[in-house]
Ligand binder design. Structure first.
Ligand SMILES: Cc1ncc(C[n+]2csc(CCOP(=O)(O)OP(=O)(O)O)c2C)c(N)n1
Ligand SMILES: [Mg+2]
Length: 309
């Protein structure tokens, strides 16, 4: 619960800073997808690798990335995860296995295969590579080629498709000849898993099964998580492609609300305790923001050293 709240409050704080003109570039938030990003990463081990997307803050926080350094990166500060040079879409934290995010749709997946190949060639034990991508990316050449390569080379990789029903404003059914994305596994000889991506326990259990499967078989598998992006696609989104009723229906089954009710109904935590968790996370994120805002901007000397030639 606390991890989902962290993701949610972190995203809301980043949005507020963006609104004040303090974030350079753009921002893609995962409000509404908290169960998918937290449930999946909670099933991973410290030594596992993840590659995320343009909407990657949530998975990075779930995998244990330093939130202060992430926020500093989003604000373009020198103490950021990438020295303030990369910004929101390039957050990485190698110490926690977060190899990187990627602003190019589908482009993190071949890199995730590379990480899986490293695991295989170096015979690293009990370790998997995980590629997160969206329903839109599921149609991109790089993702499909990576799935094939992973199948041919039996790479220890989990392809996790976060199906939030839209790629910007295009619904999955308009972009995919067959909107059942689990079928992407069939031509590449993979097992597919599927879960309600708004149910954190279901996501955790499914992802744990998928991880066991990859470790046991030594080859890839696909996990499709069905969820919904409550936040706009990016900095400007007038939601012209969806109705207020649709958004309201999804808000009502939002992961944090839903898991909170489950905890209460099962007598694990009282409503007051859940509210107190939220208040503690609010304080934590306030500290993250105030720390990040105090960080200096990077020096421009040596900027070219960071260019890969
Ligand atoms: C190769 C490429 N094409 C187009 C874009 C513009 N773009 C950014 S995000 C996005 C939609 C991606 O949709 P999906 O994979 O479903 O991820 P979501 O945004 O829903 O998380 C597009 C088309 C891009 N960044 N890269
Ligand atoms: Mg999508």
């Amino acid at each position: 619960m606390i991890r989902m709240m962290r993701v949610n409050r972190f995203e809301e704080a980043a949005k507020a800073l963006f609104g004040k003109g303090m974030v350079h570039g753009t921002l893609h938030l995962c409000v509404g997808e908290e169960a998918s990003v937290v449930g999946s990463t909670a099933a991973l081990k410290e030594q596992d690798y993840i590659l995320t997307t343009h909407r990657g803050h949530g998975e990075s926080i779930g995998k244990g990335a330093d939130m202060r350094a992430m926020m500093a990166e989003i604000l373009g500060r020198a103490s950021g995860t990438n020295g303030g040079i990369g910004g929101s879409m390039h957050v990485c934290d190698l110490a926690h296995g977060v190899i990187g995010s990627n602003g190019i749709v589908g482009a993190g997946t071949p890199t995730a295969c590379g990480a899986a190949l490293t695991i295989k060639l170096k015979k690293l034990q009990d370790r998997v590579s995980v590629s997160f991508f969206g329903d839109g990316a599921a149609n991109s050449g790089g993702v499909l080629e990576s799935m094939n390569l992973a199948g041919v080379w039996k790479l220890p990789i989990i392809f996790v498709c976060i199906d939030n029903y839209y790629a910007v404003s295009t619904p999955v059914a308009k972009a995919s000849a067959d909107p059942d994305l689990t079928k992407r596994a069939i031509p590449f000889g993979m097992k597919a898993f599927e879960a309600d991506g708004n149910d954190v326990l279901a996501v955790y259990e499914t992802m744990s099964e998928a991880r066991k499967h990859v470790i046991r078989q030594g080859g890839p598998c696909l996990v499709v998580l069905h969820t919904y992006r409550i936040s706009g696609h990016s900095r400007s989104d007038h939601n012209c492609y969806r109705t207020e009723q649709e958004m309201e229906a999804w808000r009502a089954k939002g992961p944090i609300l839903r898991f909170g009710n489950w905890l209460e109904e099962n007598g694990l935590f009282s409503r007051d305790e859940i509210n107190e968790m939220g208040a503690a996370v609010d304080r934590e994120i306030e500290d993250v923001v105030s720390w990040a805002l105090k960080q200096p901007y990077p020096e421009t000397d040596g900027l070219e050293d960071m260019v890969y030639v």
